[in-house]
Design a protein around this ligand. Structure first.
Ligand SMILES: Nc1ncnc2c1ncn2[C@@H]1O[C@H](COP(=O)(O)OP(=O)(O)O)[C@@H](O)[C@H]1O
Ligand SMILES: Nc1ccn([C@@H]2O[C@H](COP(=O)(O)OP(=O)(O)O)[C@@H](O)[C@H]2O)c(=O)n1
Ligand SMILES: [Mg+2]
Length: 254
């Protein structure tokens, strides 16, 4: 349906169309429960999963804003880094390998990370997932799609200057083995080389919401809030109202 709406006018900015399309698509998946059926790896639940990927360089403030997003919008927060650190702490079979990878600022094999995310999703009663620090590579992205069988509804990207990220990480004070200058430099190189292509991928598909992640925590949250509020604001019984309003806006702008 949204594809037909989109084809009505070629003069509309692609970002508007992409965002409208993304919302309609999301809304459709929420209402019909068919658009994004998980491939049997997620136990069938009443509602189709609503997935947000949260990307950004080290220290860009993802974890900090996740707390606010969870409080305000009721997501289940799944931090890929926290799940990996939990594996290290539990001395699991992959623990030593994960520790070395994190110290080196490299990316843990996707199979390992996706399995941890999958387990958390299965255990959760929630259907809204805020997946923080993932996918950090194209391999992460493809592996998630293959194993979990769903695509994200929203991809949030925190754009933060490197200087600021380094300053924040060095002041983080959480006792993390990777919060030192040597590792952060490696992480920034990995971010540029491996994570930016994923960000570009979602940008091209109209799923990316970029936030300039400088300012106070509250100022940044005020930029994040409307993104999720827009999705919350789509009542389930107004399918046709929503299609019609989108159509009216499109015609209006042509
Ligand atoms: N807007 C902000 N301004 C200054 N410092 C911040 C801001 N947001 C978070 N921080 C601090 O920066 C550090 C890194 O934040 P964090 O949320 O852990 O980032 P990430 O998860 O992206 O690595 C933390 O010590 C946090 O308290
Ligand atoms: N998708 C992911 C996420 C994290 N990680 C590893 O975990 C480290 C810490 O990730 P994190 O998300 O907790 O880091 P921050 O961005 O919060 O600083 C990364 O540098 C990687 O070594 C990974 O391998 N794959
Ligand atoms: Mg974090």
């Amino acid at each position: 349906m949204w594809r037909r709406v989109a084809s009505l006018s070629s003069s509309i900015s692609s970002s508007f169309l992409a965002q409208t399309a993304s919302r309609l698509n999301t809304w459709e998946s929420l209402t019909t429960g068919i658009a994004q059926q998980a491939k049997g790896v997620i136990a069938p639940k009443e509602k189709t999963p609503f997935i947000t990927f949260f990307l950004g360089g080290p220290g860009s403030g993802k974890g900090t804003q996740c707390i606010k997003i969870v409080e305000t919008f009721g997501f289940a927060h799944l931090s890929a880094g926290d799940l990996l650190r939990r594996e290290i702490a539990s001395k699991s079979a992959d623990g030593a390998m994960i520790l070395n990878t994190i110290k080196e600022g490299k990316i843990v094999p996707s199979q390992v990370t996706v399995k941890l995310i999958q387990k958390e999703m299965e255990l959760s009663d929630n259907h809204k997932f805020l997946i923080d620090g993932f996918p950090r590579t194209e391999e992460n992205r493809v592996s998630f799609e293959r194993i979990i069988g769903v695509e994200p509804n929203v991809v949030l990207f925190f754009d933060c200057p490197e200087e600021e990220m380094v300053k924040r990480v060095l002041n983080r004070n959480e006792g993390r083995v990777d919060d030192n200058l040597e590792t952060i430099k490696k992480r920034l190189t990995v971010f540029q080389a491996l994570s930016l292509p994923v960000i570009n991928y979602y940008s091209e598909r109209g799923k990316l919401y970029t936030i300039k992640a400088i300012g106070t925590e509250d100022e940044i949250f005020e930029q994040v809030r409307p993104i999720f509020a827009a999705f919350e604001a789509i009542p389930l019984n107004t399918r046709w109202n929503w299609y019609i309003s989108a159509l009216v806006v499109v015609i209006d702008m042509s």
